[in-house]
Design a protein around this ligand. Structure first.
Ligand code: SF4
Length: 416
């Protein structure tokens, strides 16, 4: 079978005890029947500890309360692995953060960004997320019963068009022009860049959601004239997609994404969300448009700014954040590109166009809010900090259908 592998997939190596956000905390660890058979064969003190960790074998998992794995030791290492080797630990721990999807005609391999080290690697490669192909044995079974390869190829074509445009935005955000131009108008150019970035990304996300809406209707037989292609312009711009309004962001944060138990299972994210709540709640209730005419709202290019942006103080802060950290623009387009590679083809399995595209938009916006809030509080945002925020966010937001369903419902309500 063709194996499509992320170019830096093989470079991954776990940093073990040096990891600032170990995956041995905050997860329920599922055990396969093969894991259980292997683990049950262990006797002595270690066998007793395994027996206790699995609730006397009343459960097929470890760490049911998502706190700290009972085999995680003071040096931040796995005692099962230290004593018995890598092949002995549960399958989920052996493969993490490797992420496989077997579509029948090819298997795609990526690294999941909920791992801090994978997220660090992402920050180094965000401007060029590419794959190479080779023949090989798939690591996993089919992820779908769908065998309509024409549909799969249509999805890949549209996905790659979206990614191509994200790369264009990324290039635009990074184009500095020649040095003479920079000397002549450096202030004006750098002021314009974040705004252009927001505007371009907002329009692209609107088109992505338009595609999803149209394709969803067509899949339900409501649009016989639908042609499977990425629209060149949004149908109409009634809502802001990037950044989402602070009202929508507040509702998204106040979903199951946030839970008091996070203080134990994912304390870094717990603090980030609390800070984001405080930040949003501290914003003036009245928008800029309520107090100033639009042409005095602090920008020189108001015509290109989405109407919702003019009345949201959060958007002004978002622009300022990008102005101070222009390097993050490439990280955000890269983040969405990565999402599309990893998750867009779920549509092949579920036909949930709207949900799949909406979740990409939601995750991008929430990560952006957490970064901007963090930077406002600490006065800096290094690549290392960006990677850590990304990892703890993805760890919470990507692996629960309940959380994702709720986020999606809030987003859809906001789009009405
Ligand atoms: S999160 Fe990644 S780097 Fe950290 S311990 Fe787990 S696999 Fe290793």
């Amino acid at each position: 079978m063709e194996i499509r592998e992320l170019d830096w997939y093989q470079d991954f190596s776990c940093i073990g005890g040096d990891c600032p956000q170990t995956c041995c905390r905050g997860w329920i660890i599922p055990l396969t029947p093969e894991d259980i058979e292997r683990l049950q064969s262990e006797h002595g003190t270690l066998g007793l500890r395994i027996f206790a960790a699995a609730g006397g074998w009343t459960r097929d998992n470890f760490n049911q309360r998502s706190r700290q794995c009972p085999f995680w030791n003071r040096e931040g290492l796995c005692e099962l692995q230290l004593k018995k080797g890598h092949a002995f630990i549960p399958d989920a721990c052996q493969s993490y953060p490797r992420f496989y999807r077997n579509y029948g005609i090819f298997e795609q391999r990526t690294l999941d960004l909920s791992c801090v080290q994978a997220a660090r690697m992402f920050t180094q490669h965000a401007g060029q997320i590419s794959f190479h192909s080779a023949e090989g044995e798939p690591a996993t079974i089919l992820c779908s019963t769908n065998d309509d390869t024409e549909f799969l190829n249509d999805l890949i074509k549209v996905r790659d068009e979206m990614i191509g445009e994200l790369v264009d935005i990324c290039d635009l955000a990074n184009s500095d022009g020649n040095d003479d131009e920079k000397e002549a108008g450096s202030e004006q150019r750098s002021e314009l860049k974040p705004m252009d970035f927001l505007s371009s990304l907002d329009t692209l996300l609107a088109r992505m959601f338009d595609f999803a809406r149209d394709a969803q209707s067509a899949s339900l037989g409501q649009d016989p004239d639908f042609t499977f292609r990425f629209p060149e312009a949004p149908h109409q711009i009634d809502n802001a997609f990037f950044p989402l309004s602070r009202v929508t962001l507040r509702k998204l944060l106040d979903s199951s994404l946030y839970h008091p138990n996070l203080a134990f299972s994912n304390p870094k994210l717990y603090e980030l969300i609390q800070d984001a709540f405080h930040y949003i709640d501290s914003l003036p209730k009245h928008g800029i448009a309520d107090t100033k005419p639009a042409n005095e709202a602090g920008t020189s290019k108001q015509e290109s700014v989405h109407p919702v942006r003019k009345i949201d103080h959060w958007v002004t802060d978002a622009e300022s954040f990008l102005f101070r950290h222009p390097e993050t623009m490439q990280l955000y387009t890269g983040y969405l590109t990565y999402y599309l590679h990893q998750y867009f083809l779920r549509i092949y399995e579920t036909y949930s166009y709207r949900r799949q595209v909406a979740l990409g938009i939601i995750h991008l916006n929430l990560l952006f809010l957490l970064d901007a809030t963090y930077e406002k509080k600490h006065g800096s945002l290094s690549l290392e900090e960006f990677a850590e925020i990304l990892a703890v966010y993805n760890r919470r937001a990507y692996f629960s259908d309940k959380i994702q369903d709720e986020l999606y419902r809030i987003f859809e309500d906001a789009m009405i």
